[in-house]
Design a protein around this ligand. Structure first.
Ligand code: ATP
Length: 457
């Protein structure tokens, strides 16, 4: 495991620049100067994010008998967030600097920079004049009705809509404990210092499960979920040795949590949280039962016992995982071209399941009508199954490099051999070039689809 303090700002700068240049992530409202802490996903970013979310949903909901999905509203009633404790206590301590007018999280000053002297942290320069910390509520509020008489909030986490719908899901689906409700959706926090690209944003997406269980099973299931989540990261291309599990000590966990693990990743800006796996006991159902006055207890028909289920919550950040996937995939290697010259090849080494584009399709010569026709036919066949990119501009080597840079695992070239011009044995075959090894092989056109499906799904 990398040291917690190791950072690589130069690498991060290259990643941010690639994300913009190739259409992964743009700052929201950039045309007008940009909205701080809010990001838009471009054509490639949206594909990567969709691949991640679909994979999470498949593994977490579709392939499990004990987890159901839901999609709750973003706009949340004030009563819900009052009962959950967010209205009163979802805050971070904030300090202001009277000299530079900066605002900083008081519990994280070492990660911030003084606005006048960025080489030091706030409070370290003799000119800094920090106020006493005060609590700053992170929720974004809005108002309903013609005169704005009703207050609502943009949800600060997806979890609360699950707790509030727990009874409806239970009654309508007739599930038995233990079972989970999963949700992917947007959350909003008015973060004091959005930073590290998309890592700390004001609008972000979460992938959460609230897993309801008997109180005796909570601790065991927390450990089981931790292992399942670590295996998930490994499967999507984030190796175990880049992950760090923090067993959050007493005093640092939420007061109702009996156990919390933070799964952290070694980002180029330091080791930081990707996901929390928290044993939340019966806190949430308890506060909503009290707040609503409606019973939320579970009746166990076998034991005839009535009790409030306990909850284990694996809560992952979708945007943070996308960022981790990009950081992990980013690679630069020196290669020698055909003429013996050395150049740097930038490659995103995504797992094929995560790659935004699965295959690039090229006619060797765009003026060769037969090559173009065959390449277009291949595109049409494959397009129904996966995201492909057709490219006929520039030399084929340049086209390969462009696909390397966005992480496309395979490129197909239709050439003169495909047309049978160098002998009948290669007719109706294409060159398939592998992104990582740059090795090439011939594959028959009619075998392409199964060949690719086996490798990209
Ligand atoms: P942090 O300590 O980094 O602020 P947190 O402990 O408050 O995070 P949780 O409330 O546990 O985060 O939220 C669960 C997950 O949601 C986090 O692990 C993270 O992946 C994601 N998340 C939380 N806040 C943000 C944010 N501001 N921007 C992007 N993702 C976030």
């Amino acid at each position: 495991m990398a040291s917690k303090d190791v950072t690589d700002p130069a690498r991060m700068e290259k990643i941010v620049s690639l994300c913009k240049r190739r259409g992964f992530i743009f700052q929201s409202g950039e045309l007008y100067g940009g909205l701080n802490g809010v990001w838009d996903y471009g054509p490639l970013g949206v594909e990567l994010k969709r691949n991640l979310k679909e994979h999470w949903w498949r593994r977490t909901v579709q392939e499990r008998d004990d987890v159901l999905g839901m999609d709750g509203a973003i706009l949340t009633m004030e009563q819900v967030l009052t009962a959950s404790g967010h209205v009163g206590g979802f805050s971070d301590p904030m300090v202001d600097c009277k000299t530079c007018k900066g605002r900083f999280r008081a519990d994280n000053l070492e990660a911030s920079q003084c606005k006048e002297k960025p080489s030091v942290c706030p409070g370290q320069s003799p000119k800094c004049e920090l106020t006493e910390p005060r609590q700053f509520n992170l929720m974004l509020q809005t108002n309903f009705g013609a005169t704005g008489e009703q207050t609502a909030y943009l949800r600060p986490e997806t979890a609360q809509s699950i707790f509030v719908q727990y009874r409806n899901v239970l009654d309508s689906s007739r599930v038995k404990l233990p079972f989970g409700i999963a949700q992917i959706g947007k959350s909003f926090r008015n973060e004091i210092n959005p930073r590290n690209f998309t890592f700390r944003s004001r609008e972000f997406e979460q992938m959460e499960v609230e897993y309801f269980c008997h109180p005796d099973d909570g601790l065991r299931l927390t450990d089981e979920w931790l292992e399942a989540r670590l295996a998930f990261y490994e499967e999507i291309g984030i190796p175990r040795d880049k992950l760090h599990v923090l067993d959050v000590p007493d005093g640092e966990r939420a007061f109702y949590s009996k156990k919390t693990y933070d799964i952290e990743y070694a980002f180029p800006f330091g080791v930081q949280e990707l996901e929390g796996v928290a044993y939340r006991t019966d806190y949430d159902l308890g506060v909503h039962q009290k707040g609503s006055g409606k019973p939320l207890e579970y009746f166990d028909e076998e034991t005839r016992a009535r009790f409030l289920p306990h909850v284990v919550e694996p809560s992952a950040g979708c945007d943070r995982t996308v960022l981790a996937l990009i950081c992990e995939a980013f690679d630069e290697e020196t290669v020698t071209d055909d003429k013996g010259a050395q150049e740097v090849r930038t490659v995103l080494r995504f797992k094929p399941t995560m790659a935004p584009v699965k295959v690039g399709i090229f006619p060797l010569l765009k003026k060769n009508a037969d090559q173009v026709r065959i390449a277009r036919d291949i595109q049409k066949t494959l397009q129904a199954w996966m995201n492909v990119f057709y490219d006929d501009s520039a030399a084929v080597g340049r086209r390969y490099r462009r696909q390397d840079e966005v992480g496309t695992p395979f490129c197909i070239t239709v050439d003169f051999d495909t047309l049978g011009e160098n002998g009948p044995e290669l007719r109706d075959t294409v060159t398939v070039r592998h992104r990582d090894s740059m090795a090439q092989e011939r594959v028959r056109i009619d075998a392409l689809l199964p060949w690719l499906l086996e490798r990209v799904r």
